[in-house]
Write a protein that binds this ligand. Structure first.
Ligand code: NAD
Length: 284
């Protein structure tokens, strides 16, 4: 166990990332509560957890008893009053104003030692913490998609994050079976800053009709990548990927190299957000 051993972990947002993070915490032995303001997101998150764990049993990665114990450690709620604990991991939509509002409410409802972590892809932790009374307790804990499988977790310290809080989250991430790295509070941190060009350049090639999206995916996979950029955007969520690009573009003062794509904007406008909506660049 890490030196920081929270009695309870609260995960906020039961979407693509939150459900995977909650599953990861419960599987590692932590009592975990998954919250979403949209009550309808909870049964679908629970079905995802059940399916993922069942597949782990089928593949011999865990026993039926371990699956049942993991599921018993995970509860679901749409009641904000339930959100009191040692650690909060936020995974709601990528909007600074909404995250700031949520963190202010969480700080007011929790004690002085509660750590407030954000899974943001790009928003500076310093900004999320800016209006809080205890910015030293705010930290980035950036999982990758799919959270129960991907090993890397970036731990990001804002300007006022206490070193003890960052060290606690680093230790916890390792305890969850992840490979943790400390990252600076720069837009996109480490991986997303590099990865942005994978998407932005591929979308530009699509706009310029260099090739269609299937051909581009096939060629990129043939060169050794496990997934092509369009397959990956569908997995991430088109509107989430677009929000991340917009956030990076603004954070770098409209640097052309991060310019969002009209093709992606149009897909998001039409609700063609990828796997989670049944259609994105591909149909599911
Ligand atoms: P998502 O759209 O799949 O899920 C977001 C969930 O948050 C939804 O269920 C929504 O109902 C809920 N929500 C929205 N506002 C809320 C609020 N105020 N309180 C409680 N719940 C609220 O989004 P996602 O893809 O899971 O992304 C969540 C966060 O994780 C974002 O900050 C994103 O940048 C980051 N992230 C995403 C990925 C990815 O591949 N999708 C990877 C790493 C990090």
């Amino acid at each position: 166990m890490s030196t920081f051993s929270p009695k309870s972990i609260l995960v906020i947002g039961a979407g693509v990332m939150g459900r995977g993070i909650a599953l990861t915490c419960a599987r590692a032995g932590y009592n975990t509560t998954l919250y979403d303001l949209n009550e309808a997101a909870l049964p679908s998150a629970e079905a995802y957890v059940e399916k993922f764990l069942s597949s782990s049993v089928t593949r011999g990665k865990m026993t039926e008893d371990e699956k049942a114990a993991s599921m018993a450690r995970l509860s679901y709620t749409a009641d904000f009053a339930d959100l009191k604990g040692d650690l909060v991991i936020e995974a709601i939509l990528e909007r600074l104003d909404i995250k700031q509002d949520l963190f202010a409410k969480l700080e007011a409802q929790n004690g002085p030692d509660t750590i407030l972590a954000s899974n943001t892809s790009t928003i500076p932790i310093t900004r999320i913490a800016a209006k809080l009374e205890r910015p030293d307790k705010v930290v980035g804990m950036h999982f990758f998609n799919p959270a129960p499988i991907m090993k890397l977790v970036e731990v990001i310290s804002g300007v006022k994050t206490s070193p003890e809080v960052a060290a606690a989250i680093f230790g916890l991430a390792e305890d969850l079976g992840k490979k943790a790295v400390m990252a600076k509070d720069e837009p996109g941190f480490i991986v997303n800053r590099v990865a942005r060009h994978f998407y932005v350049e591929s979308l530009l090639m699509l706009e310029e009709q260099v090739a269609d999206h299937e051909t581009l995916d096939k060629l990129i996979c043939a060169s050794g990548f496990r997934m092509g950029p369009f397959q990956l955007m569908d997995l991430i969520g088109i509107e989430t990927n677009l929000s991340v690009t917009k956030s990076m573009y603004d954070a770098f003062f409209q640097d052309e190299k991060f310019r969002p794509s009209r093709i992606q904007q149009q897909k998001a406008d039409a609700g063609l957000n990828g796997r989670k909506s049944g259609e994105g660049f591909y149909k599911y």
